[in-house]
Design a binder for this molecule. Structure first.
Ligand code: PAF
Length: 295
């Protein structure tokens, strides 16, 4: 497995792979890898000849500095897991390789004066106004910024993303479409812990007790899925909300039933062909998200 830190070296290496007419599968990550990420690598291996995984904690998608500082950085362990999974290339750039000083400064200012939508090449419209977009100003702008840079550096045939970040997936699909990037986006199923908790790098920051408690998040979502044809959405959401709010150490940021494509909230089963229930919860200082497609 090759570990590359510079964009120039990466481009040169990938050009030689493209000359051999091999297909490139790309798994972008922020590291702290777990079974969920490895399932993306495994899926990519089924489809493509050469697999590249990026490990880069992207500063421009954090609207909370302490969250960025606390984000786990475990490159050595990540590389071991990727080697075992038979990934071919790891791209692990420093921040300075991906961003100029000016770009970082500009992003900081835009978050402060909430003008991050100005001068964008892509417009996510209402897609970024709800749920994560509403709670985390500038987050999706930062995700799109880094993913578009990574896509330009790697120019993969296919790129793989977990459905846990449901809204991120919609944003990336929209970006690829708007910029006419010749990349196929593949959505992969959420991988869960035995107690149902969606796997996430942030789970590492939970205590043993909090991790056990966090099982109620997916339980709530699956309960809504089981009842979604039988009860009004307003009742399902109210029950879900009350249940989460009754848990110790937990605070609910949002729980919403949304159209699976537009991500706009819907009121009943007749309002969309496919719906998803999404949730964001804080357990202590750790923010977790999850979702379940209802139909
Ligand atoms: O999902 C993630 O880990 C990140 O948002 C991504 C797509 C790697 C961009 O930094």
């Amino acid at each position: 497995m090759l570990i590359i830190n510079s964009i120039e070296q990466l481009k040169n290496h990938l050009n030689s792979i493209r000359e051999q007419k091999k297909t490139i599968g790309f798994v972008p990550t922020m590291g702290a890898l777990h079974k969920g990420h490895i399932s993306l690598i495994n899926r990519a291996k089924r489809d493509c000849d050469v697999i590249i995984c990026s490990v880069f904690v992207n500063p421009t998608q954090f609207n909370d500095l302490s969250d960025l500082e606390k984000y786990p950085r475990t490159l050595t362990a990540d590389c071991q897991l990727l080697e075992q999974a038979k990934c071919n290339i790891v791209f692990a750039p420093e921040v300075r390789e991906m961003y100029s000083e000016e770009e970082l400064e500009l992003k900081k200012q835009k978050i402060e004066d909430r003008s991050w939508t100005a001068g964008k090449m892509v417009d996510f419209g209402t897609l970024e106004k709800v749920m994560e977009g509403a709670q985390r100003p500038g987050h999706f702008n930062g995700v799109a910024q880094v993913v578009s840079k990574l896509f330009r550096c790697v120019a993969p045939h296919k790129a793989y993303f977990g459905q846990k970040d449901f809204q991120q997936l919609a944003i990336i699909r929209s970006m690829v479409k708007q910029l006419a990037m010749p990349i196929e986006i593949i959505a992969c199923d959420i991988v869960r812990e035995p107690n149902g908790l969606a796997m996430s790098s942030r789970n590492e920051r939970l205590t043993k007790e909090e991790r056990a408690l966090a099982a109620v998040i997916s339980k709530t979502l699956f309960k809504i899925k089981a009842r979604c044809l039988a009860e009004p959405f307003s009742v399902l959401l109210k029950n879900g909300e009350d249940f989460i709010r009754s848990q110790p150490f937990m605070s609910l940021e949002y729980i919403e039933i949304a159209d699976a494509f537009s991500l706009q909230p819907i009121k009943d089963i007749h309002s969309s062909k496919s719906a998803v229930v999404c949730i964001a919860v804080k357990i202590g200082a750790v923010r977790l998200i999850d979702n379940v497609v209802l139909y």
